[in-house]
Design a protein around this ligand. Sequence first.
Ligand code: HEC
Length: 152
Amino acid sequence: MKKLSLMMLVASCVFASGSLVAGQSTKEISPYPLGERSILSERAITDRVKPVGSVCVDGEECGTASEEVATGPRSGDEVYGAACAMCHGSGMLNAPRLGVASDWAPRVKKGEATLVKHALEGFNAMPAKGGCGNCSDDEITAAVEHMIESVK
Ligand code: HEC
């Protein structure tokens, strides 16, 4: 008899907690309407197989990520630090070093326009735009001016 009442107690507990769960609004269990909750539903499957990234074309509404990227032109100093310092800081591959006048003297003689052109288009071991794919022409020009300034 004792066993039976214990079982009934357990059973009623299970029932009570069960109805507690059932008392939850279905919205709290899943944000999706009934037919779309299953992991086998069309919604869940399209969610799973959709591409991880997507390309956002200029002019399209692309959410916030693209807005963060568009922060306006960077200064010559910033562009130098991000894209040029790797070579022009140490003189790697014989790149003219920032602030070293003797490295720059023969180059400055060519005129700023030529130096900018070489920075944009590449020059021997100097890669076009220093390899900076997201640098605008204006930003590269500013970086070249920053380098020339450093030896003035
Ligand atoms: C991978 C290394 C590397 C990076 C990164 C790099 N440069 Fe250079 N750069 C060179 C080398 C090497 C030379 C020397 C080329 C020569 O004279 O043969 C050079 C030369 C130059 C010159 C002189 C060109 C001339 O006509 O004498 C300018 C200006 C210049 N770089 C600007 C930049 C700017 C601006 C950046 C960053 C946006 C940059 N470089 C990033 C390697 C690099």
